[in-house]
Design a protein around this ligand. Structure first.
Ligand code: SAM
Length: 378
């Protein structure tokens, strides 16, 4: 007989509330009844029940990422989307050249996490269908996050996380976990590992595309009157944003696509940034600490009276109710793992950096993405 725990009550816990199912044992059979009233358990029991569930999410936290990576590599989302109607397991297995029972287990996991839906085809057969989430796992898809997932799963990134604790210690040396794990800082590593350079650049492009789209939809006025724009290389792949000049470090520029209307400059933004009406810095400043940000030559790149620097970065704690605000904290951890001194910043921290850099005024505009748009004027 299965023994229920704690006063013969089993609780499942989701999203911080104790509200799902409870059970009682009658004649050796566990009977489930829906929604045990919250008032029937003490706060401590509620927390215990929550912890019991949450800890398993940590124990197997990596499993979700690993299964999604496996799905990307097999091309599951692409094949199901192209099939056009609910796809039965045998067809899916044949199309992917997978062993059916093992594929079934992978699909069962992903259906549980609502990555795919299972829908009836007829009385006896069910098939797998796409969801908005699975469409984000399609290579080259409109909202694809494939490249970003593959970067986060790449061996050098995974190795960095193992060195996070040493970085936090008082005795932690001045190198990033990435460097501790891989022997080189992020930029030197990508310079000498073309494969990882490609993985990194693809991830940046993938996210830049979505963010620029959100900026153009959410606050297109940011680009009003801007006739020339200097920006970092990856953002140029974004629809609807044309730069006159692109700047990045030499090995990134070397593999960047060329176009007649845009000049690609291999440079060092700490030395100089090519002049333009506006400089567009997306996910650049968060790689550096305050002193380093202040040294980046963006204010000098734009005209004193009518120029501006458009910064696209997370603003921590700006809107705690925003459903993506947890991502800002995830990114902050990724920056601690991947960079020497990079960090996400609160509004006060951004104000400090901008004032110290000599900007006279600035404003922040939220967009439907993790980042906000900060306009800073010399
Ligand atoms: C996290 S990525 C963000 C990329 C940016 N959103 C874009 O669209 O290219 C940071 C970028 O800063 C560039 N970078 C790093 N150090 C630099 C430097 N000293 N001068 C110019 N670019 C640099 C890297 O090549 C990388 O492309």
């Amino acid at each position: 007989m299965v023994q229920p725990k704690r006063n013969q009550t089993l609780c499942s816990y989701k999203s911080g509330s104790f509200n799902k199912t409870s059970s009682r044992v009658a004649n050796g059979i566990i009977k489930f009844s829906k929604r045990k009233k919250i008032t029937e358990v003490s706060g401590i029991e509620e927390e215990e029940a929550g912890a019991e569930v949450d800890i398993w999410n940590y124990v197997f936290g990596y499993a979700k990422l690993a299964v999604v990576k496996c799905a990307i590599e097999l091309g599951i989302a692409d094949v199901i989307e192209n099939y056009g109607s609910p796809m039965p397991l045998p067809e899916l297995a044949t199309a992917l050249r997978c062993e059916p029972s093992r594929l079934h287990r992978i699909m069962r996991f992903m259906v549980h996490y609502r990555i795919f839906k299972q829908e009836p085809i007829n009385q006896h057969t069910v098939g797998f269908s796409s969801t908005p989430l699975s469409r984000r796992l399609i290579k080259g898809g409109e909202k694809s996050m494939v490249a970003f997932i593959l970067l986060m799963c790449s061996p050098p990134w995974l190795a960095s996380w193992h060195c996070l604790n040493a970085r936090v210690l008082e005795t932690g040396n001045n190198i990033s976990p990435f460097e501790a794990a891989n022997g080189k800082d992020l930029w030197s590593y990508t310079e000498t590992n073309p494969d990882h350079n490609e993985v990194f650049n693809e991830a940046v492009v993938c996210y830049a595309r979505l963010t620029v789209e959100a900026i153009i939809k959410g606050c297109p006025e940011v680009f009003d009157g801007v006739k020339s724009l200097v920006m970092s290389v990856a953002s140029r792949h974004s629809h609807g944003l044309e730069a006159s000049t692109l700047i990045s470090i030499p090995h990134v520029v070397a593999v960047a696509p060329k176009s007649n209307s845009t000049e690609n400059v291999a440079g060092n933004m700490f030395m100089s940034i090519p002049n333009a009406d506006a400089a567009f810095l997306m996910w650049v400043l968060h790689d550096w600490d305050d002193e380093e940000c202040i040294k980046i030559q963006c204010r000098e790149a734009v005209p004193e009276n009518k120029g501006k620097v458009i910064i696209v970065e997370a603003v921590l704690e700006a809107n705690k109710d925003y459903e993506l605000s947890f991502v800002e904290l995830m990114l902050d951890m990724a920056l601690m793992a991947g960079t020497r001194k990079g960090k996400e910043r609160t509004l006060n921290e951004w104000s400090y950096v901008l004032q110290q850099s000599g900007f006279t005024r600035s404003n922040v505009k939220p967009i439907r993405e993790v980042q906000s748009v900060i306009e800073a004027y010399p």
